[in-house]
Design a protein. Structure first.
Length: 258
Protein backbone atom coordinates (compact mmCIF):
# COMPACT_ATOMS: atom_id res chain seq x y z
CA UNK A 1 0.00 0.00 0.00
CA UNK A 2 1.45 3.35 -1.02
CA UNK A 3 1.27 6.19 1.48
CA UNK A 4 0.57 9.03 -0.92
CA UNK A 5 -1.82 11.66 0.36
CA UNK A 6 -3.89 13.54 -2.17
CA UNK A 7 -4.55 17.24 -1.74
CA UNK A 8 -7.67 17.87 -3.79
CA UNK A 9 -9.71 18.94 -0.77
CA UNK A 10 -10.30 22.67 -0.67
CA UNK A 11 -8.51 24.45 2.23
CA UNK A 12 -11.79 25.63 3.73
CA UNK A 13 -13.85 22.53 2.99
CA UNK A 14 -15.68 21.31 6.08
CA UNK A 15 -15.43 17.62 6.94
CA UNK A 16 -18.91 16.31 7.82
CA UNK A 17 -19.67 14.78 11.19
CA UNK A 18 -22.77 13.30 12.74
CA UNK A 19 -25.21 10.41 12.53
CA UNK A 20 -28.10 9.36 10.31
CA UNK A 21 -30.01 6.37 9.02
CA UNK A 22 -29.24 5.68 5.35
CA UNK A 23 -31.21 3.37 3.02
CA UNK A 24 -29.79 0.27 1.40
CA UNK A 25 -27.64 1.16 -1.61
CA UNK A 26 -27.08 4.81 -0.63
CA UNK A 27 -23.97 6.06 -2.44
CA UNK A 28 -21.72 9.02 -1.74
CA UNK A 29 -19.75 9.88 -4.88
CA UNK A 30 -15.98 10.32 -4.82
CA UNK A 31 -14.87 13.29 -2.74
CA UNK A 32 -12.22 14.34 -0.22
CA UNK A 33 -11.95 16.34 3.00
CA UNK A 34 -9.37 18.65 4.53
CA UNK A 35 -9.53 16.60 7.77
CA UNK A 36 -9.39 12.89 8.47
CA UNK A 37 -12.58 10.87 8.78
CA UNK A 38 -13.70 7.83 10.74
CA UNK A 39 -16.88 6.09 9.54
CA UNK A 40 -18.70 3.45 11.57
CA UNK A 41 -21.92 1.56 10.89
CA UNK A 42 -23.62 1.10 14.26
CA UNK A 43 -26.06 -1.02 12.24
CA UNK A 44 -25.74 -2.17 8.64
CA UNK A 45 -22.53 -2.21 6.61
CA UNK A 46 -20.71 -0.05 4.07
CA UNK A 47 -17.79 0.03 1.65
CA UNK A 48 -15.15 2.72 1.17
CA UNK A 49 -13.48 2.87 -2.25
CA UNK A 50 -10.32 4.73 -3.32
CA UNK A 51 -8.00 4.40 -6.31
CA UNK A 52 -6.24 1.63 -4.37
CA UNK A 53 -9.33 -0.54 -4.05
CA UNK A 54 -12.26 -1.15 -1.74
CA UNK A 55 -12.45 -1.67 2.01
CA UNK A 56 -15.67 -3.17 3.35
CA UNK A 57 -16.75 -2.58 6.93
CA UNK A 58 -19.23 -4.93 8.59
CA UNK A 59 -20.88 -3.66 11.75
CA UNK A 60 -17.86 -4.58 13.89
CA UNK A 61 -15.35 -2.52 11.89
CA UNK A 62 -14.55 1.17 11.45
CA UNK A 63 -12.85 2.79 8.44
CA UNK A 64 -10.20 5.48 8.52
CA UNK A 65 -9.63 7.87 5.59
CA UNK A 66 -6.72 10.35 5.91
CA UNK A 67 -7.02 14.06 5.03
CA UNK A 68 -7.22 14.85 1.31
CA UNK A 69 -7.71 11.25 0.18
CA UNK A 70 -10.26 10.82 -2.63
CA UNK A 71 -12.87 8.25 -1.58
CA UNK A 72 -16.50 7.19 -1.99
CA UNK A 73 -18.92 5.25 0.23
CA UNK A 74 -21.74 2.83 -0.48
CA UNK A 75 -24.05 1.62 2.30
CA UNK A 76 -25.74 -1.77 2.56
CA UNK A 77 -28.84 -2.63 4.56
CA UNK A 78 -30.53 0.11 6.55
CA UNK A 79 -27.41 1.71 8.00
CA UNK A 80 -26.96 3.75 11.17
CA UNK A 81 -23.99 5.70 9.80
CA UNK A 82 -21.69 7.47 12.26
CA UNK A 83 -19.16 9.92 10.81
CA UNK A 84 -16.43 11.49 12.93
CA UNK A 85 -14.14 14.24 11.64
CA UNK A 86 -10.55 14.20 12.94
CA UNK A 87 -8.85 17.61 12.58
CA UNK A 88 -5.81 17.40 10.31
CA UNK A 89 -3.52 18.52 13.12
CA UNK A 90 -4.59 15.49 15.19
CA UNK A 91 -3.91 12.91 12.46
CA UNK A 92 -0.14 12.62 12.87
CA UNK A 93 -0.16 9.27 14.68
CA UNK A 94 -2.74 7.65 12.41
CA UNK A 95 -2.12 5.69 9.22
CA UNK A 96 -1.38 7.68 6.06
CA UNK A 97 -3.54 5.36 3.97
CA UNK A 98 -7.17 4.20 4.25
CA UNK A 99 -7.64 1.19 6.50
CA UNK A 100 -10.12 -0.70 8.64
CA UNK A 101 -9.99 -1.44 12.36
CA UNK A 102 -11.95 -3.74 14.65
CA UNK A 103 -14.29 -1.86 16.99
CA UNK A 104 -13.64 -2.37 20.70
CA UNK A 105 -16.42 -1.60 23.22
CA UNK A 106 -14.61 1.59 24.30
CA UNK A 107 -14.11 2.73 20.69
CA UNK A 108 -17.77 2.07 19.88
CA UNK A 109 -19.04 4.05 22.85
CA UNK A 110 -16.68 6.94 22.08
CA UNK A 111 -17.83 7.13 18.45
CA UNK A 112 -21.50 6.96 19.46
CA UNK A 113 -21.03 9.73 22.02
CA UNK A 114 -19.14 12.01 19.64
CA UNK A 115 -21.70 11.60 16.85
CA UNK A 116 -24.82 11.64 19.01
CA UNK A 117 -27.27 14.45 19.76
CA UNK A 118 -26.12 15.21 23.27
CA UNK A 119 -24.55 18.68 23.40
CA UNK A 120 -20.90 18.84 24.52
CA UNK A 121 -18.39 21.64 24.82
CA UNK A 122 -15.49 21.89 22.37
CA UNK A 123 -13.11 20.89 25.18
CA UNK A 124 -15.20 17.83 26.03
CA UNK A 125 -15.29 16.86 22.35
CA UNK A 126 -11.52 17.19 22.09
CA UNK A 127 -10.90 15.09 25.21
CA UNK A 128 -13.25 12.33 24.08
CA UNK A 129 -11.77 12.36 20.57
CA UNK A 130 -8.32 11.92 22.12
CA UNK A 131 -9.58 8.80 23.89
CA UNK A 132 -10.92 7.44 20.59
CA UNK A 133 -7.62 8.10 18.80
CA UNK A 134 -5.64 6.52 21.64
CA UNK A 135 -7.88 3.45 21.44
CA UNK A 136 -7.30 3.22 17.68
CA UNK A 137 -3.58 3.12 18.35
CA UNK A 138 -4.06 0.04 20.54
CA UNK A 139 -6.16 -1.94 18.03
CA UNK A 140 -4.50 -3.94 15.24
CA UNK A 141 -5.63 -3.15 11.71
CA UNK A 142 -8.22 -5.66 10.47
CA UNK A 143 -8.03 -5.07 6.74
CA UNK A 144 -10.86 -6.34 4.57
CA UNK A 145 -9.26 -4.80 1.51
CA UNK A 146 -9.90 -5.72 -2.12
CA UNK A 147 -7.09 -4.04 -4.11
CA UNK A 148 -7.87 -2.52 -7.51
CA UNK A 149 -5.83 -3.51 -10.58
CA UNK A 150 -3.85 -1.04 -12.67
CA UNK A 151 -2.95 -3.32 -15.58
CA UNK A 152 -5.59 -3.33 -18.34
CA UNK A 153 -5.46 -7.11 -18.84
CA UNK A 154 -5.94 -7.72 -15.15
CA UNK A 155 -8.70 -5.12 -14.96
CA UNK A 156 -10.59 -6.94 -17.72
CA UNK A 157 -10.30 -10.21 -15.80
CA UNK A 158 -11.37 -8.75 -12.47
CA UNK A 159 -14.31 -6.97 -14.13
CA UNK A 160 -15.65 -10.39 -15.15
CA UNK A 161 -15.36 -11.59 -11.56
CA UNK A 162 -17.01 -8.45 -10.19
CA UNK A 163 -19.92 -9.03 -12.57
CA UNK A 164 -20.35 -12.60 -11.35
CA UNK A 165 -18.58 -13.32 -8.01
CA UNK A 166 -19.89 -16.91 -8.07
CA UNK A 167 -18.16 -17.57 -11.39
CA UNK A 168 -16.16 -20.79 -10.95
CA UNK A 169 -13.87 -20.41 -13.94
CA UNK A 170 -10.22 -21.42 -13.64
CA UNK A 171 -7.41 -18.92 -14.06
CA UNK A 172 -6.73 -20.47 -17.47
CA UNK A 173 -10.37 -19.99 -18.47
CA UNK A 174 -10.30 -16.41 -17.25
CA UNK A 175 -7.16 -15.80 -19.30
CA UNK A 176 -8.82 -17.15 -22.43
CA UNK A 177 -11.82 -14.88 -21.83
CA UNK A 178 -9.64 -11.76 -21.79
CA UNK A 179 -7.04 -12.86 -24.35
CA UNK A 180 -4.01 -13.53 -22.18
CA UNK A 181 -2.26 -16.54 -20.68
CA UNK A 182 -2.80 -18.22 -17.32
CA UNK A 183 0.85 -17.61 -16.46
CA UNK A 184 0.60 -13.89 -17.23
CA UNK A 185 -2.58 -13.46 -15.18
CA UNK A 186 -1.08 -15.37 -12.25
CA UNK A 187 1.96 -13.09 -12.31
CA UNK A 188 -0.20 -9.95 -12.54
CA UNK A 189 -2.34 -10.94 -9.55
CA UNK A 190 0.80 -11.23 -7.44
CA UNK A 191 2.70 -8.20 -8.74
CA UNK A 192 -0.21 -5.78 -9.26
CA UNK A 193 -2.53 -6.86 -6.43
CA UNK A 194 -0.11 -8.48 -4.00
CA UNK A 195 -2.03 -11.74 -3.67
CA UNK A 196 -2.93 -14.89 -5.57
CA UNK A 197 -5.91 -15.18 -7.89
CA UNK A 198 -7.64 -17.50 -5.41
CA UNK A 199 -7.07 -15.14 -2.48
CA UNK A 200 -8.34 -12.11 -4.42
CA UNK A 201 -11.44 -13.97 -5.58
CA UNK A 202 -12.12 -15.14 -2.01
CA UNK A 203 -11.99 -11.56 -0.70
CA UNK A 204 -14.27 -10.43 -3.55
CA UNK A 205 -16.76 -13.16 -2.69
CA UNK A 206 -16.63 -12.28 1.00
CA UNK A 207 -17.37 -8.62 0.15
CA UNK A 208 -20.49 -9.75 -1.69
CA UNK A 209 -21.34 -12.19 1.10
CA UNK A 210 -21.33 -9.41 3.72
CA UNK A 211 -23.67 -7.38 1.52
CA UNK A 212 -26.07 -10.31 1.03
CA UNK A 213 -26.07 -11.22 4.72
CA UNK A 214 -26.68 -7.60 5.66
CA UNK A 215 -29.61 -7.55 3.24
CA UNK A 216 -31.13 -10.58 4.98
CA UNK A 217 -30.17 -13.48 2.70
CA UNK A 218 -29.71 -16.84 4.41
CA UNK A 219 -26.26 -18.30 5.00
CA UNK A 220 -26.96 -21.15 2.57
CA UNK A 221 -28.27 -18.89 -0.22
CA UNK A 222 -25.31 -16.54 0.28
CA UNK A 223 -22.81 -19.39 0.10
CA UNK A 224 -24.28 -20.74 -3.15
CA UNK A 225 -24.68 -17.36 -4.88
CA UNK A 226 -21.12 -16.32 -4.01
CA UNK A 227 -19.53 -19.49 -5.38
CA UNK A 228 -18.88 -21.79 -2.42
CA UNK A 229 -19.58 -25.46 -3.00
CA UNK A 230 -21.03 -25.98 0.49
CA UNK A 231 -22.22 -23.74 3.34
CA UNK A 232 -19.53 -25.22 5.60
CA UNK A 233 -16.67 -24.07 3.36
CA UNK A 234 -18.26 -20.61 3.19
CA UNK A 235 -18.62 -20.45 6.97
CA UNK A 236 -14.96 -21.41 7.38
CA UNK A 237 -13.75 -18.72 4.93
CA UNK A 238 -16.05 -16.03 6.38
CA UNK A 239 -15.00 -16.75 9.95
CA UNK A 240 -11.29 -16.68 9.07
CA UNK A 241 -11.51 -13.18 7.57
CA UNK A 242 -14.39 -11.49 9.42
CA UNK A 243 -13.69 -13.04 12.82
CA UNK A 244 -17.13 -14.51 13.45
CA UNK A 245 -19.50 -16.94 11.75
CA UNK A 246 -22.05 -15.64 9.21
CA UNK A 247 -24.88 -16.62 11.56
CA UNK A 248 -23.36 -14.69 14.45
CA UNK A 249 -22.77 -11.70 12.17
CA UNK A 250 -26.46 -11.66 11.18
CA UNK A 251 -27.52 -12.05 14.80
CA UNK A 252 -25.42 -9.00 15.67
CA UNK A 253 -27.16 -7.03 12.94
CA UNK A 254 -30.55 -7.92 14.40
CA UNK A 255 -29.39 -6.91 17.87
CA UNK A 256 -28.27 -3.52 16.52
CA UNK A 257 -31.57 -2.97 14.73
CA UNK A 258 -30.35 -3.26 11.12
Amino acid sequence: MQKTRHSSALPGERTPQGAGWLPHGYHLESHSHRDGQLVYAAAGAFATTTEYGTWIAPADRITWTPPGFEHSHRFYGRTDARILAVPAEECGDLAEHPCVFAVSPLLREGILALTGDRAKSADADRRLRAVVLDELGEIPERSFHLPAPRDDRLRAATDLLHADPGRNTTLAGLGRAVGTSERTLSRLFRTDLGMSFHRWRTILRLHHAVIRLTDGDSVTDTAISCGWSTPSTFIEAFTAVVGQTPGRYQAGLRDRGA
